[in-house]
Write a protein that binds this ligand. Structure first.
Ligand code: CTP
Ligand code: MG
Length: 244
């Protein structure tokens, strides 16, 4: 069982980074767009690699950019093993390609979007720790702050959803390796997250507190916000929930 796993170096982190970034607008693959002068992917992987639990990082790179991504990540590869594979046409295919490249050893696998470039190292550790503590699948969540309504295709409000039971789900999502492998092997329809595949297998998914810094950079506003957070003097780089 997971409780017997080595508490250090027992985690592989898969980083799907092969998306086009359509919602961000023109400018190349999103993972290679820059904030603070560096690609989002480099920010993300550096924060992952700083987590003591991490044994290996496997990046699913944009098609055609695998060699460039290897070069970009060379400095980070001094901290931990970094492998780069070609991503697929969907996020799920990219995750599956990265999962297939995980070496023998790590029994905890995290999946983390490159687009969540400012995710604190502490969140990577807390998700890994929850799996190590016995959870089969773990997601970081935040409360939903807006009122949420169900709306018809014609734009009419059908009803107001009780938001007290709703959570916005982030990454990294953590799994016992065998659980994630079985869920991907059984996957039929593409889903936007890996916990969704695991849920379909009837496996319980445990929530841990997420972080606002783990925002998914999706639209131009998010890129501007991330740039601000990175350069803001309000954070000294030491706080557990800071962007680091
Ligand atoms: N991703 C991937 N392979 C794909 C599609 C997405 O590895 N074929 C990755 C993205 O690079 C990103 C993460 O999955 O790190 C979350 O996806 P999303 O935020 O939707 O990124 P994009 O698909 O690049 O953006 P968009 O949907 O706006 O094109
Ligand atoms: Mg997408």
């Amino acid at each position: 069982m997971t409780a017997q796993l080595n508490p250090r170096g027992d985690v592989a982190v898969l980083v799907p980074a092969a998306g086009a970034g359509v919602r961000l607008g023109p400018g190349g693959p999103k993972a290679l767009r820059r904030i603070g002068g560096e690609p989002l992917l480099v920010h993300a992987v550096r924060r992952i690699a700083a987590a003591p639990s991490v044994h290996t990082v496997v990046v699913a790179a944009p098609p055609g950019d695998a060699d460039a991504v290897r070069d970009l990540l060379a400095p980070v590869a001094e901290l931990t093993v970094v492998a780069v594979v070609a991503g697929g046409a969907t996020r799920q295919e990219s995750v599956a390609a990265a999962l297939a490249a995980v070496p023998a050893g790590p029994e905890i696998v995290l999946v983390h979007d490159a687009a969540r470039a400012l995710t604190p190292t502490a969140l990577v550790e807390s998700v890994a720790e929850a799996v190590r503590g016995g959870a089969e699948a773990v997601v970081p969540v935040l409360p939903v702050v807006d009122t949420v309504k169900e709306v018809s295709a014609a734009g009419l409000v059908l009803g107001t959803v009780d938001r007290s039971a709703l959570r916005a789900v982030q990454t990294p999502q953590g799994f016992r390796r065998s659980v994630l492998a079985a869920a991907h092997a059984a996957a039929v329809d593409p889903l936007t997250d890996d916990a969704g595949l695991v849920e379909k297998q009837g496996v319980p998914v445990t929530c841990v507190p997420g972080s606002e810094y783990a925002l998914k950079i999706t639209r131009p506003f998010d890129l501007a916000l991330a740039e601000y957070l990175l350069t803001s003097t309000r954070y000294d780089g030491e706080a557990d929930d800071g962007p680091r």
